[in-house]
Design a protein around this ligand. Structure first.
Ligand code: ZN
Length: 220
């Protein structure tokens, strides 16, 4: 019996490809690789090193810059954000600083400063990160804790749109990709956590933490 790593419901066997078995959860719609097939950290790092090249940097910038303009349009003043999971280069960071904002960076291999987890942020961006979460429930709790009430969470991951095509989906062939989310997964998260789902299509998911959580904290 395998439990869903996001909502803990018992998951069902879904598909076996040449290398891994995948399971699906009927409660939160997550599809995930058998945990026994997860790569060890050293092998993950090797894959990660290969993936973290200039092209990815450009895509990361193209993800974060429009996001910052959008959030700035909704919320005045300087913003403090966390780039969770990947590191942006100095030049792009300088551009953000010049615009009056500050972006901290956390990366499980290169920038592992745990002090970053002791404050809260106006926004968090996760570019091509969620598919690597081996324990998505734990990571989700962390992201939620790190966001200020009304804070924004912007996610880029390939949404799983067609279960029938899963076996041919190239995205699942990367052995470091272990968690696959459907639009319904984010709807489930919005219903069962302190987030509103604003947008989920193709590769972009935008959520906002409810301000109620802040009020609760004040009342306590
Ligand atoms: Zn689940």
């Amino acid at each position: 019996m395998i439990k869903c790593p996001l909502c803990s419901q018992t998951a069902e066997f879904f598909i076996q490809d040449k290398k891994r078995a995948f399971y699906s959860c009927s409660q939160c719609s997550l599809v995930f690789a058998n945990p026994q097939s997860h790569l060890m950290p050293a092998a993950q790092l090797q894959r990660y090193g290969r993936a973290n090249k200039a092209a990815k940097q450009k895509q990361l910038v193209q993800f974060i810059e429009p996001l910052l303009s959008q959030i700035s349009a909704q919320q005045s003043g300087s913003l403090v954000g966390l780039n969770f999971g990947r590191v942006m280069d100095r030049v792009s960071l300088d551009k953000i600083e010049l615009a009056g904002h500050h972006l901290y960076q956390y990366d499980p291999f290169a920038k592992t400063d745990q002090q970053l987890f002791k404050q809260q942020y106006d926004f968090i961006c996760c570019y091509r990160v969620l598919e690597h979460f081996q324990q998505p429930a734990k990571e989700w709790q962390l992201l939620s804790k790190l966001l200020k009430p009304d804070g924004w969470l912007a996610i880029n991951t390939s949404l799983l749109t067609d279960l029938n095509n899963f076996s041919k989906w190239h995205f699942k062939n990367n052995p470091t990709h272990v968690s696959f989310y459907r639009q319904q997964t984010f709807e489930y998260l919005a219903q069962h956590s302190e987030f509103k789902l604003l947008f989920a299509a193709k590769e972009l998911v935008l959520m906002q933490k409810s301000s109620k959580s802040g009020i609760k904290r004040i009342l306590i």
